[in-house]
Design a binder for this molecule. Sequence first.
Ligand SMILES: Nc1nc2c(ncn2[C@@H]2O[C@H](COP(=O)(O)OP(=O)(O)OP(=O)(O)O)[C@@H](O)[C@H]2O)c(=O)[nH]1
Ligand SMILES: [Mg+2]
Length: 279
Amino acid sequence: MDGLFAKMTSLLAGLSGKGGTTDMDRERYTDELLSMDMDINVIERLMEKMGAPGTDPSELLKERMKQILLSVPLCAPACGILMVGINGSGKTTTIAKLGRWYTDRGYSVIVGAGDTYRAAAIDQLSILAGRTGIDIVKAKPGVDPASVIHDAVMAYRHRAMDVVIGDTAGRLHTNVNLVNELKKIKSVMTRAMAGDRLVTYLVMDATIGKNSFQQAKLFEEHIGIDGIIITKLDGTAKAGIIFTICDVLGLPVVAIGTGEGMDDFMPFDRDAFVEGLFK
Ligand SMILES: Nc1nc2c(ncn2[C@@H]2O[C@H](COP(=O)(O)OP(=O)(O)OP(=O)(O)O)[C@@H](O)[C@H]2O)c(=O)[nH]1
Ligand SMILES: [Mg+2]
């Protein structure tokens, strides 16, 4: 993750080794943290009593950051992954990136094109799967998404593959329809997995605002979320959103997406991330 959040790195590096912080320092840090989209409540907690005599500000800050951030490793094969999230958040792209990540490590991957509402969505996943060398199970537009995901899991089991990933639609006529649809897919997929672990990852776009939190809460409440993948963290250097997501939702981050390329992806590790900010 080095280099991605350079602004924060240089800012925080300034804290190291100082005996304390003045009011002016505090103001400068607050402004900088705000400019990277960090929530003011989070900043206040991070900066609280910062600079008290006898404390090392950078160690204190690291410790506090680690208290806020949550991370969890990507599921260990053999396992299934169900990808959910609002439309345009990056689900389909991230599935291909995940596929690449697992195949690079020697695992076999199959994906199910569960967004059967749009022909373009099926084509998009087919093209990405072809490019990354992962298998795909797909059906014609209009076919029941749960049945496509079911077939993908069957193929995973019969071929003794390592990872099966289900794509889903991001938008239906109403959120209630979407939630019901995802519930059904999850229960069908869980049964089909026959005891192999299934995790549900929520894909969130780092560049969009507060309404994505409402949606995330809805998904967590009704579908259950095991981890969050934050996409579009490229170019913006707005690492603050990671803190906000963990703080507001209380859910761990699994990975981050940093561009449209298949390699613009990395698993998220809280401790490594925080240490990286101070290098
Ligand atoms: N810059 C950048 N773009 C991304 C990233 N991840 C996805 N995208 C882009 O975001 C757009 C939407 O991505 P999709 O993967 O199609 O999103 P989706 O969630 O599957 O969308 P629906 O199928 O409509 O629900 C595409 O143009 C992607 O290339 C990322 O990490 N960085
Ligand atoms: Mg999609």
